[in-house]
Structures are given as C-alpha cells and as structure tokens.
Design a protein around this ligand. Structure first.
Ligand code: 4HQ
Length: 258
C-alpha cells in the first residue's frame, strides 16, 4: 500500500512513519509513505502557502493553489486513484472499522492542515473523505495523519510478526482487550490469575473473552450496545456481572467492618 502525505512538516511525518511496526513494514516494502511539502509547489519568492481569512478575525488559512499543485503532483506519482482524506475535527471519528477498510485500499492521500485549516473550496473539490481522530484540537493534521498511518500500516499483510495478533486486538471483535500479564507470577503488586498458568487453552480463551466482555460492560457500555452477543458471550457476561456484584458487596462489608 502507498500513503502520500501533504504537509508543511514532511520530515516530521517521515520520522513518525520510520519507527516500530510501521517502519518495519516500510523496510519490508509492504508500505510506502511519501511526504510532500506544499511550499515546494509555490511560485512566489516567499513560498507563501497561507493567507488571512476573508471576513476577518485571527488566524491564517491554507490557500488553494499550492495545495492543488501538490495534489496534482501526488496523483501523477502513481497510477492508483489517490483517495484524498482531510484530517479535521469536522469529520466523522476514525474507527477500527474504517481503519480496516482503508488498509485494503491500494493507496490513500492524507492532507494535513495547519493554522485555521484549508480553504473550503479546495476541500469541496479535491477531498474524498474527512476524518477526525477525536474531539479535541490539534495544532495541525500531522499527528492525526500519523495515527492513520500507524493504524493502517500495522494491518498490512506481514507487518505484524504474529499474524494472529491483529485478530486479538481491542475492537477487532468490537470489544475491549482482556488484561495481560508477564513474569514474575508472584510480585508485591499481586499474582497472575491462576487460570492463565493452567495450560488449559479452552479455559484460558473463556476467561479472556469473559474479561473482555466484562471490561467493555464496565468501561465502554456504548460499544457493547452496538454488538450482538451470542449465547456463550451472554452467559459469560452474566457470570462476570454476578461476580462483580458479589465483589462489590464484600468490598462494602469490609468498609463497614473497618
Ligand atoms: N486538527 N482530528 C486543526 C485536528 C484534528 C483532529 C487538524 C486541528 C486540522 C486545521 N484533525 N487542523 N482532532 O484537531 O483530525
């Protein structure tokens, strides 16, 4: 897969994409990330990319022409459709479902805004999709683009050393991840749940699914209401809820005893 990024800070984008799993995916030629600087597509002496906002007020707006010229160069750099995505809080929020769909595309282009953003006419004519990484304000689209590159890059076939690990991710099944433990078994901070040491793979899978269901119910009930649980999952979640309720009761009694 190829990802082109249009940004006033191309080195920052390249550095973000050079580390960890995504960096390795590039070395393995599973992923190609190219950064483009709109300043290189200006024609004035000052390499101007922004101008003040019509209507007045503070802040600058990224102008049409340098971005249009950059996107033309991007399109001409490879035969596949460029599928241009603008990162902004005005878009629908990025989800793992959308990440999985983007990861299957041969090519995407990420447009990063700075200042107050990009001239609306360029967005209307050159952008296929707008995406937000969350309800907060960044100083530019670069970190949002890095989020997309990371989430999409790690899903490229062969990027993860263990092919199963992508299927076990949080959200891959619509649920939060279960707790994880490493050595030592005994520590001042606590002990590892017994079932994980049992070697009983069916019991371990059951425990993990139960924890995933329980944590999703406790921490993100909004996710749970969106997925349909089969009979086994409903039974496991009921078990978790009963245990949670009786644990809450004994905590209450301890508090009274003290
Ligand atoms: N910005 N999700 C404003 C974001 C953002 C977000 C990027 C700040 C675009 C112009 N992008 N610029 N949240 O806050 O994607």
């Amino acid at each position: 897969m190829r990802i082109d990024v249009v940004s006033l800070f191309p080195d920052f984008v390249r550095q973000c994409a050079a580390v960890g799993v995504v960096g390795r995916a590039q070395q393995r030629q599973l992923l190609q990330v190219e950064a483009w600087n709109p300043r290189d597509y200006t024609s004035d002496r000052h390499r101007t990319v922004d101008a003040s906002s019509y209507g007045g007020g503070p802040g600058m707006v990224m102008m049409i022409e340098p971005l249009r010229a950059t996107l033309t160069a991007v399109r001409n750099a490879a035969p596949e459709p460029a599928h241009v995505i603008y990162l902004s809080p005005q878009g629908p929020r990025l989800t793992q479902g959308r990440v999985e769909a983007l990861a299957k595309m041969p090519r995407i282009t990420l447009l990063c805004g700075r200042y107050e953003g990009v001239d609306e006419r360029l967005l209307a004519h050159e952008v296929d999709e707008e995406l937000s990484i969350g309800d907060y304000v960044l100083s530019g689209g670069e970190l949002a683009a890095a989020v997309v590159i990371d989430a999409v890059g790690r899903l490229q076939e062969g990027a993860l050393n263990d092919a199963l690990s992508a299927e076990q991710d949080s959200f891959a099944n619509g649920l939060l991840d279960c707790p994880h433990y490493a050595k030592p078994v005994q520590d001042a901070l606590g002990t590892v749940p017994e079932v994980l040491l049992s070697g009983d793979h069916a019991a371990i899978a059951r425990w993990r699914l139960k924890q995933s269901l329980g944590r999703t119910w406790l921490r993100r009930p909004d996710l749970l209401s969106r997925c349909v649980l089969d009979k086994t999952s409903r039974a496991l979640l009921d078990e978790f809820r009963r245990e949670h309720a009786s644990q809450a009761l004994s905590r209450q009694n301890e508090a009274v005893d003290d």
